[in-house]
Design a protein around this ligand. Structure first.
Ligand code: NAP
Length: 634
């Protein structure tokens, strides 16, 4: 989740210590923060500071940009009311940080009471209230139907014993395992993390023997805690993780994958799900095959050949070897084989020959370099690196996108799904209540665009060529399907959408682009996704000449924007997780073309098939046909 102005956060214990620092840090990003705290004076002070920070981002708001709600977190009714007030004010909840915590008021060893006034209260504040607030935050996020992040503030004393305050240690240990057990909520788009700092210079630490603090490395700066929380919010891959922060070791995720492996037991069902990770399937043969471009040409078959190659050993320290199972076929494979994606003159581009083809694949990690300790052999992964039309490939670990299963549906979510998801959000600035037109809508990326536009609450119009494709689009929820083989797209748009179309996701080009531009509404946004009709002209792709384009868009305050996925790699992980969660929860369907392409030798056939105009949904090639037999499904 990007930390951007307009998000909202609720922070318990937000009036002091870590909660206060996080409140201010979030407000500095333009985020609306509700501070929930027992202390009125401090709470109001933080809220007013938050308001000042927020004023740099927002003006003329019809609601307060920061809230303080006085509340004892152990009182369920009051806490529920605080969440309600937050939602009434900000319309949802993106971030919840549970930071309220206390030390035991009487040292356990000296406590001769029944604990009502001492350790029982610590358990209620530090553990029961955290469970309660997490529960309320989950419910709030589920109701809003938007992704959210919950961070519970644990403590290093929840990871190992703290002899001075066993109750504190027990409650924080409870918070750690409670939070880590909530990992499955990730599938609903709700990420719940626990952050375990060692000593931070706050009032809470003032009760701890300074010698003990010194012996464990001294105080950690508050900025480290803020950085840690921001990392958990931003990085979708950290769902369910426990982040340990110390002065001695910096930021470290707990437990390490190696430790985790010692105690993780897979159920028989899980074993079945992961049964494909057999040892033999991950052996790296002496030589393997890959597709290389040897001649620059839009004709993929003529441009490429299959070569036998060897892995260059040793594996580079930060690299992993991926055994590829499914590779995705894209319209732009023919642009890549013509060298169009490289910059420079024709001589520079030609000097790159031969180069590896293919953009995207899923598979399993077959080997890891010496310095890779967070990825295991057998892990299912996705990659979006050049050279994916290969049986094996070596890539830097930073390019690895861990996925639940190496299934063809996941391949479809890569270039095709991500293009739709990111382009509609970032280039089309899509919201709801608009008319959205998608061209080549039954294709690889079009199928995602129509569904995402529909899920966002828009009226969706889609073009395609053929009855079966029209039926698919209807099944995906498209409001008006225009089969251009039966109906004239221009007349339909003119007659049925006289005010024009607000957003156009255009990937056909040529005449279709002209027609779409003429159908664009005032303030409309036309996103140029591609121009498949132009890619394979007799003399290759010729640049188009759009006389009068400026005049047209000026007259109606319209925008024509380009979108190229490679420039948005910083958002891939986040959007892939979103697509995956929508898919897992049944809100998004992934349509694969029914035609089977098996083995690396079928790649050229698959590329030509996509360009024949007959394909429907995503075209994939099963690079290792032995995996096609797997009874998979996410
Ligand atoms: P696709 O949509 O699966 O491509 C196949 C469909 O395109 C066909 O079913 C056909 O649909 C249409 N088509 C094929 N050849 C055509 C032709 N000569 N003239 C007109 N229509 C033709 O392919 P894709 O890989 O998902 O790519 C779709 C578009 O998105 C391409 O323009 C591609 O370059 C672009 N793209 C862009 C990005 C980016 O970052 N900008 C990323 C991915 C894809 P109908 O006949 O049913 O219309």
């Amino acid at each position: 989740m990007e930390l951007r102005p307009g998000l909202s956060a609720l922070i318990t214990g937000g009036a002091s210590g870590i909660g206060r620092a996080l409140s201010l840090a979030l407000a500095r990003k333009g985020i609306f923060v509700t501070v929930v705290d027992f202390s009125e004076e401090r709470g109001k002070e933080v809220a007013s500071l938050n308001e000042k920070e927020n004023a740099k981002f927002h003006s003329d708001l019809k609601f307060p940009s920061a809230l303080f709600i006085r509340c004892d977190v152990t009182n369920t009714r009051d806490v529920a009311a605080a969440f309600e007030k937050h939602v009434q004010t900000y319309g949802g909840l993106d971030i919840c940080i549970n930071s309220a915590g206390i030390a035991s008021s009487v040292v356990f060893y000296n406590d001769k009471t029944d604990g009502e006034g001492s350790w029982r209260r610590a358990v209620r504040v530090n553990l029961i209230a955290v469970i309660d607030c997490t529960r309320l935050a989950i419910q709030t996020m589920q109701t809003a139907g938007k992704p959210g992040v919950i961070i519970n503030i644990g403590s290093a004393s929840g990871l190992y014993p703290m002899y001075g305050d066993p109750i504190y240690s027990a409650t924080k240990g409870g918070v750690v395992l409670f939070t880590r057990s909530l990992y499955p909520y990730r599938r609903q788009g709700i990420r719940i993390n626990v952050l375990c700092p060692e000593f931070v210079d706050t009032e809470l630490s003032a009760k701890v023997d300074p010698k003990f603090i010194q012996s464990s490395g001294g105080f950690i700066p508050m900025e480290m805690v803020v950085d840690g929380a921001f990392e958990l919010i931003k990085d979708e891959s950290k769902a369910g993780k426990c982040l340990w922060i110390t002065e001695r070791r910096g930021m470290e995720y707990w437990p390490t994958p190696m430790e985790e492996r010692k105690y993780l037991v897979t159920s028989s069902q899980a074993k079945q799900r992961f049964s494909y990770t057999t040892k033999s399937s991950l052996e790296i043969p002496h030589t393997f095959r890959k597709i290389v471009v040897h001649t620059l040409s839009h004709n993929f078959r003529n441009a490429t050949e299959i070569v036998h190659t060897q892995l260059s050993l040793p594996i580079k320290p930060h690299h992993v070897v991926v055994k590829i199972i499914y590779a995705g076929v894209n319209a732009s494979d023919v642009n890549f084989s013509s060298g169009r994606y490289f910059s420079g003159g024709s001589k520079d581009i030609a000097s790159r020959l031969p180069f590896d083809a293919g953009f995207e694949a899923v598979g399993l990690i077959a080997a890891v370099g010496d310095l890779v300790n967070d990825l295991r052999i057998g892990t299912p992964v996705a990659i979006m690196t050049f050279g994916s039309y290969a049986e094996f490939t070596m890539v830097h670990k930073k390019h690895i996108l861990p996925v639940a299963r190496p299934d063809p549906e996941v391949v479809a979510m890569l270039t095709s799904g991500l293009t739709a998801s990111i382009a509609l959000e970032k280039a089309a600035l899509m919201d709801s209540g608009k008319v959205v037109l998608v061209t080549a809508a039954a294709g690889g990326t079009g199928q995602f665009a129509v569904q995402l536009a529909k899920l966002a609450g828009n009226k969706v119009v889609a073009t395609c060529g053929g009855e079966q494709k029209a039926a698919l689009l209807k099944a995906l929820g498209v409001d008006r399907v225009i089969d251009y083989r039966k109906e004239d797209v221009k007349s339909v748009l003119k007659k049925e959408f006289p005010k024009g179309v607000d957003i156009i996701y255009e990937s056909v080009g040529g005449e279709m682009f002209d027609l779409c531009l003429n159908a664009l509404a005032v303030y409309g946004r036309l996103i140029v996704i591609g121009m498949i009709s132009q890619y394979q002209g007799e003399h290759g792709w010729q640049p188009s000449n759009y006389t009068g384009l400026c005049e047209k868009i000026l007259a109606k305050s319209q925008t024509v924007a380009g979108f190229f996925l490679v420039q948005y790699s910083h958002l891939w992980k986040e959007h892939l997780d979103r697509l995956f969660d929508l898919y897992s929860s049944g809100k998004l369907k992934v349509s694969l073309d029914p035609r089977k392409f098996s083995g690396i030798s079928s790649v050229a056939d698959a590329v030509e098939y996509l360009h024949s105009g007959r394909s429907q949904g995503k075209v994939v090639v099963c690079i290792d046909p032995t995996f096609d037999q797997q009874p998979s499904k996410l």
